[in-house]
Design a protein around this ligand. Structure first.
Ligand code: SAH
Length: 463
């Protein structure tokens, strides 16, 4: 007998069991329990009663597949996308939008209690979109070959197989149009798609960006090779058919890698950047720039961050993990001085250019790790009334949290794309003398299981 089988589990593989779904994981899987043993079940929703087949068991949890629904959730809807079950992009299209917003609020509440030990922190209802479709301003579309024909689409769940599609209803309409033109033209002209396995071929990805407010469109052709055969024909059709097109870029990525873009880019036609604005601030966006992918909700998020910062015009603000300075420039309009720090040098150059573009003179930027630069500022005697952090998924570095506790800003505004690490870091700040007054989930990524939060912390009296 193998070791696995000696563990005493309440279920075994291939068992058929009736369960009630109690919860939804952050990947969008339903959770049903058998004698306390959790089974993760794709496409099952809280409140549903189902017959599940156990497909895999591990020591502390297992996976199951829905065989039959005995009772459906009121939040269940027909997913509008025809390839929803195969594509890895969305996880919640089978849930009504109200249901999605409620699930995200609950998910944040749960981690606040479980990880942050903050069961009483007010978590507000998720701020959603009026129209939660077609919101993405950027698409990165892989190009491949299937049965001798060029295909474009998206990667299947947990794989590198391309699902051939002609449209994606969470991305800007213009992306569908570009995707179809490139596919058609590549087939007609014989432009070879990239072959991942053999590291051969030309066209790897098409990246499309559109400024929601400006309407300006950039198309980036990511290639393995320096040359693209018949490229002028392709440029011609794009120029003729794509409204708002102002920039066509070629990016060369000759490496065997999963990273989409390579280091060098050249302008094939038009300008090097497109422009867009969030609120009153204009941004220049290059092929390489990081820019929030849902501009409407970004404005909602930044307005909340600004509200939580409670600026009067007298404050010095530090913006850690500032990217191209989006939050910094938003805050600079209401603060005396803003210092932004970000690890990517190019992003800091963009941030400086964006400050200039908007005539903002009270924002300064420095490139480097926040956990090194901010302690150095502290040592030099720099003070901050408010510190804003917006770290990547892994959360804030411990050294940065300790420096915040030493600098004692009156308020901390924590923007986060991962509620788990947010809750963990809030606990550290709470233990150091802060009180989390509120957490606001914002739906930046409708139809997916991702949730963004902004939270406010106040330094408690006597600290
Ligand atoms: N605040 C920005 C970007 C947030 S994304 C916006 O709203 O647009 C998180 C950023 O943190 C990325 O730009 C990433 O490059 C940066 N980053 C990652 N690790 C870092 C570190 N240790 N120090 C500073 N910045 C870091």
């Amino acid at each position: 007998m193998s070791k696995k089988q000696t563990v005493d589990l309440p279920v075994k593989k291939n068992d058929l069991i009736d369960v009630k779904i109690e919860d939804l994981t952050h990947e969008g899987h339903g959770v049903g329990k058998v004698d306390g043993y959790p089974l993760f079940i794709p496409n099952a929703l809280p409140g549903e009663r189902i017959q599940v087949k156990v497909v895999k068991t591990a020591k502390n949890y297992g996976f199951g597949r829905v065989m039959e629904w005995h009772q459906l959730s009121e939040d269940r809807v027909e997913p509008p996308c025809p390839v929803y079950d195969r594509c890895g992009g969305c996880q919640l299209q089978h849930v009504s939008y109200e249901g999605q917003l409620a699930a995200k609020q609950k998910q944040v509440q749960d981690v606040m209690s479980r990880i942050g030990k903050l069961p009483h922190v007010p978590v507000h209802p998720t701020l959603g979109m009026q129209d939660p479709w077609r919101y993405r301003n950027k698409s990165q579309i892989p190009v491949g070959l299937s049965e001798g024909r060029v295909i474009t689409g998206f990667y299947a769940k947990r794989s590198h197989e391309i699902v051939d599609v002609n449209q994606c209803i969470i991305q800007d309409q213009v992306s569908d149009q570009v995707m179809q033109i490139v596919k058609e033209k590549a087939n007609e002209l014989g432009i070879q798609p990239y072959d991942e396995a053999r590291h051969k071929g030309v066209l790897r990805h098409v990246v499309i960006r559109r400024g929601r407010k400006s309407g300006e469109v950039m198309v980036v052709l990511v290639t393995r090779t320096k040359d693209i055969p018949y490229v002028s024909d392709l440029i011609g059709v794009l120029r003729e058919q794509i409204e708002g097109l102002t920039s066509i870029i070629q990016n060369i990525n000759s490496k065997k890698t999963n990273v989409i873009m390579g280091e060098s880019s050249k302008v094939l036609w038009g300008s090097e950047v497109i422009y867009d604005s969030i609120g009153d601030i204009r941004f220049a966006i290059s092929a390489h720039s990081f820019y929030q992918i849902n501009p409407l909700q970004t404005e909602v998020l930044y307005k909340k961050a600004l509200e939580y910062a409670q600026l009067t015009g007298e404050e010095t603000v530090v913006d850690a993990y500032c990217g191209i300075g989006t939050i910094s420039l938003f805050l600079a309009q209401k603060a005396k001085k803003v210092y932004g720090v970000e690890i990517v040098e190019q992003a800091i150059e963009d941030a400086r250019k964006n400050a200039e573009l908007n005539g903002i003179h009270n924002a300064e930027f420095e490139a480097g790790p926040a956990e090194v630069v901010i302690p150095a500022w502290h040592k030099e005697g720099k003070k901050a009334d408010v510190i804003v952090v917006d770290p990547p998924r892994k959360g804030c570095d411990e050294a940065l949290l300790q420096t915040i506790l030493e600098m004692k800003p009156k308020r901390v505004v924590y923007v986060s794309c991962n509620p788990g690490t947010l809750a963990r870091d809030l606990r550290v700040l709470e233990d150091g003398g802060y009180e989390t007054t509120q957490v606001q989930p914002v739906d930046m990524f409708p139809q997916t299981s991702h949730v963004e939060c902004v939270s406010q912390l106040i330094l408690k009296e006597g600290n």
